[in-house]
Design a protein around this ligand. Structure first.
Ligand SMILES: [Zn+2]
Length: 202
């Protein structure tokens, strides 16, 4: 699930002016991307590969699953959109520090027990400049593959990395960006719709 933090919006007018030569300034079709207050898609644009770090809080046995999820998106688009930057030790926990980091959290908001994970997306104008993925270790169990009572970590990471790319939830068509992921379910392959969405920005 996604709770989008809209902090970047405050900077949008200044950055839009800087970008004025290269980008369409009017409203854009969403292509299933998150849109800013000017109804433009927000994405990383040319700033790929996006470097994604893995915090020490992530169980080491899931590192390969995260790499698999990254590979699903890269092969879906036929180029390296995302690159794993390796382990990082952010002792302070999730913060707006300029790095894209995956965290495993033992503490989770008491009023959000059904949220498996959350990706924060920060942007200025129509460009994303930081994302962080938080996984809810307090309320869910994880495994690699369809295991009863657990969430498939590859499928969950494919979805959250979709948010890192700027994609929003999509429930009207088959998509890895569907809002909910059932236990013991593999939903790992970006669909034709997802790939079509990506092509609007990457
Ligand atoms: Zn989501």
């Amino acid at each position: 699930m996604l709770r989008r933090l809209v902090v970047g919006i405050l900077l949008s007018s200044a950055v839009l002016a800087l970008n004025a030569c290269g980008r369409q300034q009017g409203p854009e079709e969403s292509c299933n991307f998150v849109q800013n207050s000017s109804v433009q898609r927000v994405s990383w644009g040319e700033q790929t590969p996006i470097i994604l770090y893995v915090d020490k809080s992530v169980p080491p046995e899931y590192f390969g699953a995260i790499e698999q999820a990254v590979e699903q998106w890269n092969s879906a688009r036929g180029r390296g959109l995302i690159k794993i930057g390796g382990w990082i030790n952010s002792s302070a926990g999730p913060a707006r520090d300029g790095a894209n980091v995956i965290y495993w959290l033992r503490e989770w908001e008491a009023d959000r027990p059904f949220e498996q994970a959350r990706t924060s997306v920060y942007w200025a104008g129509d460009r994303i400049y930081e994302t962080d993925i938080r996984v809810n270790e307090k309320n869910f169990d994880y495994a690699i593959g369809p295991v009863a009572g657990t969430v498939d970590i590859v499928s969950l990471m494919v979805h959250e990395i979709g948010h890192v790319l700027g994609l929003a939830h999509l429930d009207k068509e088959p998509s890895v960006m569907a809002t909910s992921l059932a236990n013991a379910t593999e939903r790992r392959l970006p669909t034709a719709t997802d790939i079509q969405s990506l092509k609007c920005e990457y």
